[in-house]
Design a binder for this molecule. Structure first.
Ligand code: PLP
Length: 251
């Protein structure tokens, strides 16, 4: 029987991010996907034109219908009512939370009450949180931490009860490398470094978190699952960069 992962998140009509990206990643990893849709969005690569939240009881019903799964990945949650529904029905399995706060085009994908409830009610149930640098700063600020140090920000999140935090360094300053850091309580972070590739790609946060969930469901430990997922995202960047080079040779 193939491993099965539950993906909880939003539909991005452009296919760049959200559940479509999660399911494509699941297929690449050779696992079965179940989904719980939290919101339907209308998007292009440059803008979000509509967001329609799904009724919380329908989100809860989808999660219950998924039954027993080997891992859960959570993305866009949209509202406090949906965060509550997810927290109340989450199955007992390793849980990865990608804190989707806003699209790269700048549209909010969760409201402030939802973010506060995510921190208060969902975080204690989460095994791995995967913020990028702006998300880390914003979540820490909601917890009253305004210190610029990454360690202080991560500590505030770990103290809220999540078991580990993977800080994604894609927005970092280095022109040559992109560095992600995996923090577990009372330990030095494990660093995952990759060459920075000249390509822009949507949905890489979704892809990384869903590939981590997939590799956990296949029996990897957390560090192994992160390493395998990073390598998958790196291949996507290489493919995007070689597409870009091929297109520029054609024109
Ligand atoms: N839309 C949905 C439904 C998402 O889940 C996400 C990210 O997880 C986004 C949009 C944002 O993706 P991007 O940052 O690539 O615009």
């Amino acid at each position: 029987m193939t491993a099965c992962v539950l993906f909880i998140g939003g539909m991005d009509s452009s296919g760049g991010a959200g559940l479509l990206r999660d399911c494509a990643t699941a297929a690449q990893c050779g696992i079965t996907a179940r989904v719980a849709v939290t919101a339907v969005t209308a998007q292009t690569d440059r803008t979000v034109t509509a967001v329609h939240p799904i009724a919380p009881e329908v989100v809860a019903a989808q999660i219950r219908a998924a039954g027993q799964v080997a891992a859960v990945k959570i993305g866009m949650l949209c509202s406090a009512a949906i965060v509550n529904a997810v927290a109340a029905t989450l199955p007992a399995a390793p849980c990865i939370l990608d804190p989707v706060l806003c699209s790269s085009s700048g549209h909010d994908l969760i409201d402030t009450a939802g973010t506060d409830l995510l921190l208060g009610r969902l975080l204690p149930k989460v095994d791995l949180l995967t913020p990028n640098l702006p998300e880390l700063a914003m979540l820490a600020r909601r917890l009253g931490v305004i210190a610029p140090e990454e360690r202080a920000r991560v500590t505030a999140l770990l103290e809220r009860g999540c078991r580990a935090v993977l800080v994604k360094g894609g927005h970092g300053a280095s022109p040559d490398t992109s560095e992600d850091r995996l923090y577990l309580p009372n330990a030095e972070p494990v660093v995952f470094s990759a060459p920075r590739i000249d390509a822009t790609l949507r949905g890489t946060g979704c892809q990384l978190a869903s590939a981590i969930a997939a590799h956990l469901s296949l029996g990897n430990d957390l560090q192994g699952a992160v390493a395998a997922a990073k390598s998958r995202v790196q291949h996507s960047f290489w493919a995007a960069a070689s597409d870009k080079a091929a297109i520029s040779r054609q024109v």
